[in-house]
Write a protein that binds this ligand. Sequence first.
Ligand code: NI
Length: 169
Amino acid sequence: MAALEILHYPHPALKSVAEPIAEVTEEIRVLAENMAETMYLAAGVGLAANQVGILKRIFVIDCADEDAPSELRVFINPEITEMDGEQMFNEGCLSFPGANEDVKRAETVRVKALDAQGEEFSLDADGLLAVAIQHELDHLNGVTMIDKVGKMKKRKISRQVQQAVAELR
Ligand code: NI
């Protein structure tokens, strides 16, 4: 396994629409493993392929509590087939270090996707998992948290990320 470089806003890959994965090959499984390692190293709960510069429709999520066993989930070609309710969630994103904003999301979602074995599955999610699924699916469509907030907050987020990235260097 190898950790990948996480791209930060305003990298153009974050604004690009990812392409469907035609076949779940060994290469895709290795990508999923590397994305999971990258997510864990960065202490994130989700990571989409756009964030590592790969424009393929795949993301990984692990919303387990820190002291609980890991619950890694791989979503390939995901589609939300049902959504219901509303929740506000204070979201962060590994591509937006230093920024957190309230984003309005559906309370529950049903998502259909392929797993790392290429098997189709359907999952009903609520709470943090539902938020993470919506956030990561947005990434695959070139949409990020900064697209979800008003003008004033856009400027604030942009400043916060610039500052945090400068500190990382
Ligand atoms: Ni994100």
